[in-house]
Ligand binder design. Structure first.
Ligand SMILES: Cc1cc2nc3c(=O)[nH]c(=O)nc-3n(C[C@H](O)[C@H](O)[C@H](O)COP(=O)(O)O)c2cc1C
Length: 217
């Protein structure tokens, strides 16, 4: 698969959450997913244990079943006044961005089963109820790989979005996919499709000065 031409900084600053610009009608070749996964597994893991698994879901019936779990969770999320799409900001730019994110997230929820590939990264073991110090090693041993996958996908013209909403129903998703729930934790659900167009821009972010602390908080 030929790569799009980006500098490293362009790739890192333009890998967006793609939802409305996913090509729902174009199949994604298994080989391109495997290329991205080969890159993903170069990521670091605690003690180099590499206790990760990647479930690639293409089966239409399974995608629909998981999309239904996702939508159940989305509806519950939206019913909370503190859900991101329900928040208002005084800053007009931030407010407009949040409105767009809400619309885009609604679109993904409405069309999820039509996205040709779901990637569900998993790590070995469960962290439910463990102290954050123990959880950090587990989560930190899967998240870099997933982000690498998303960057590799972007470099190949694919769009992805990090999602976690289906995890509210993780046990049911595990049953659909045959994942042994007691032994493996699902970390996310990454919808993957060819992107409609290759041009994406850096996003609005809060100024660094408000979040960076040199030597003291
Ligand atoms: C931990 C995490 C969980 C997320 N969960 C969801 C989700 O369930 N559904 C969704 O549409 N987007 C989800 N997102 C994507 C964010 O909404 C997205 O990063 C945000 O809209 C900013 O867009 P950008 O990454 O293009 O700047 C999640 C992102 C992260 C990092």
């Amino acid at each position: 698969m030929p790569l799009l031409r980006f500098t490293p900084d362009q790739l890192l600053t333009t890998t967006r959450a793609v939802r409305k610009r996913l090509d729902l009608d174009r199949p994604v070749e298994p080989s391109v997913i495997e290329e991205c996964l080969q890159i993903a597994i170069q990521a670091p893991t605690g003690s180099n244990l590499q206790r990760w698994h990647f479930v690639v879901v293409t089966d239409q019936v399974k995608r629909l079943a998981i999309a239904e779990l996702y939508r159940k969770s989305w509806a519950m999320y939206l019913s909370s006044p503190t859900a991101a799409p329900n928040l208002r900001y005084d800053d007009a730019v931030r407010d407009a961005v949040q409105r767009r994110v809400g619309d885009s997230a609604q679109y993904l929820a409405d069309h999820l089963e039509r996205v040709p590939v779901f990637l569900i990264p998993c790590f070995t073991g469960r962290v439910d109820g463990q102290p954050s110090s123990a959880q950090a090693g587990k989560w930190g041993s899967i998240l870099p790989a997933v982000w690498s996958f998303m960057l590799a996908a972007r470099a190949r013209g694919l769009g992805t979005a990090w999602t976690t909403l289906h995890l509210r129903h993780e046990r049911e998703a595990a049953a659909i996919l045959g994942i042994p729930y007691e032994q493996f934790t699902q970390a996310a659900l990454i919808p993957v499709a060819y992107a409609l167009g290759t041009e994406f821009k850096p996003a609005h972010r809060e100024p660094l000065a408000s979040i960076v602390h040199w030597d003291k908080w």
